[in-house]
Design a protein around this ligand. Structure first.
Ligand SMILES: [Zn+2]
Length: 265
């Protein structure tokens, strides 16, 4: 299980059990990603197909257990038990989680049980305000699937975040717009080191080499600008960039590479 330490904060990637997805590319796209040689072998195949991952990220600070994007996307109710077992293998019981951070809403992952109640009963559930508001008014692309969140927002435990909040010592949210109505990233900063969990700001590491790639995102121009700003800062301070949808090991330190960037895994 990949684990990283940032100062006195421990980060563990929990892979989605049995998840296996390779997305073939047309010849031109395959040739383009093969030019970014660093993507191979972790993130692309020999033929330039994209290898995709699925994960949840567990963060332990000295006093708080946080869970970020718990297997968001690729929802499948039959996988709930296996996914909770995988968290247990990382020594996280549902009762242990203090804060669940959702960078945005892309299906619901294992946030909720089949009856719509919270899977992590003690936790605060944090979502970008624009996501909750657009789900409530029906304009979010997944307003129907995510409607249970509006009840949990009215009654707790869901909370609307602005993307400026300090979550606990060494952890803060930052607004990262472009992919969805609302989208935040999670920064971890401790002991002079830093890491950022990027949610779906990057669906695949190829978008680090080619930040203009879009996949039907809400605002591709703004998204590319958000990516470039984040990558430039990461490269400056040698931050670890963690992508929940990246194939294992799912993270790397950002380095400048020609006109763009690459991950050092
Ligand atoms: Zn998404």
């Amino acid at each position: 299980m990949p684990t990283w330490t940032i100062g006195d904060i421990e980060i563990t990637r929990v892979d989605d059990p049995g998840f296996d997805l390779v997305v073939p590319q047309d010849a031109a796209s395959a040739a383009t990603v093969l030019e970014a040689g660093w993507l191979h072998p972790h993130f692309i195949t020999d033929g330039g197909a994209l290898v995709i991952g699925s994960s949840a990220t567990v963060i332990r600070t000295p006093d708080t257990v946080l869970l970020v994007d718990p297997f968001l996307a690729f929802d499948d109710p039959t996988k709930l038990g296996g996914r909770l077992d995988a968290l247990r293998d990382a020594e996280v019981e549902a009762d242990d989680v203090d804060i669940v951070v959702n960078t945005h809403v892309d299906q619901l992952g294992v946030n909720l049980l089949a009856d719509g109640s919270p899977t992590f009963p003690r936790a605060r559930y944090l979502f970008p305000r624009q996501e909750l508001e657009t789900i409530r008014d029906g304009t979010h692309p997944q307003a129907d699937e995510a409607s249970a969140l509006t009840h949990l927002w009215a009654d707790g435990p869901c909370e609307a975040m602005e993307g400026t909040e300090l979550l606990t010592t060494g952890m803060r949210l930052e607004d990262a717009p472009g992919h969805n109505p609302g989208h935040h990233v999670v920064w971890i900063e401790s002991g002079g080191e830093s890491a950022v969990i990027v949610g779906h700001l990057f669906l695949h590491p190829a978008q680090i080499a080619l930040p203009e790639i879009d996949n039907g995102d809400r605002d591709p121009v703004l998204l590319a600008e958000t990516r470039r700003n984040l990558l430039a800062r990461c490269a400056l301070q040698h931050s670890l960039l963690i992508g929940p949808l990246f194939a294992g090991p799912g993270a790397g330190v950002v380095l400048t590479h020609g006109d763009t960037w690459r991950l050092s895994v």
